[in-house]
Design a protein around this ligand. Structure first.
Ligand code: SAH
Length: 211
């Protein structure tokens, strides 16, 4: 399941990431520990530790490691924070946040992806709470969240999710239709929202409803 070759490749990937950007060291430490090769098809093992997105079925992709490092760093995660993720996908990003000590809730709209991520994360003894639902709705009954992460391209900032962000909380969301999105970091201060933009990324679209 995990051997010295995987660990070597992973170390190299994390070193490459550290050269490409300024990331939270705690994020890179978490990525060093998580066996990314288990989150993609075994026959594509050689791609697991390259800095690229990769198909995971249902027309979706596991986010590029650079993107995972960037989004996770922008979130400023501290242990025991209550975090909502939209777009469980492979579950890799969920593993990173859980490894960092977040108390994670993650929503996916594709049933096969939700089920596969659940099984794999349980095997790896990560225990985020996973939901098969429409992430646009969030989880109003569990709000407020300290952090909200959207891992699919939202045409505009999803207002129902903003309402579920606690005071002082941070939401990270890629916004824009078409090929490229702007990474937005939104901090809630009472009823004001401060927005910072953090570069251009490319995501699969955030879609309404469940499949
Ligand atoms: N965090 C994932 C990234 C997967 S790609 C990973 O690390 O692998 C984005 C995911 O968002 C896809 O699986 C897609 O099905 C899901 N998604 C898109 N719109 C959604 C919505 N409204 N609610 C929940 N999930 C959504």
């Amino acid at each position: 399941m995990e051997n010295i070759k995987h660990r070597g490749l992973r170390k190299r990937l994390v070193q490459q990431l550290a050269q490409k950007g300024r990331f939270d060291p705690k994020v890179l430490e978490a990525m060093l520990r998580i066996p990314r090769h288990l989150f993609i098809e075994p026959s594509f093992l050689r791609y697991a530790y390259q800095d690229m997105a990769f198909p995971i079925g249902c027309g979706q992709t596991i986010s590029q490691p650079y993107t995972v490092a960037a989004q996770s760093s922008l979130l400023e995660i501290a242990p025991r924070m209550k975090v909502l993720e939209i777009g469980t996908g492979s579950g890799y990003q969920s593993a990173v946040l859980t490894e960092m000590g977040a108390n994670l809730y993650s929503i996916e709209r594709h049933l096969p992806l939700h089920e596969r991520a659940k099984q794999l994360l349980e095997q790896l003894t990560y225990r985020p709470r996973l939901y098969y639902a429409d992430g646009y709705i969030g989880i109003p009954t569990l709000a407020p969240f300290d952090r909200i992460l959207v891992t699919a391209a939202a045409p505009e900032v999803p207002s129902q999710l903003l309402n579920q962000l606690g005071d002082g909380g941070i939401m990270v969301v890629p916004v824009g239709e078409g090929k490229d999105q702007v990474m937005m970091k939104i901090r809630r201060c009472g009823n004001e929202f401060e927005i910072e933009k953090h570069g251009t990324f490319s995501f699969v679209p955030m879609l309404k409803g469940r499949e």
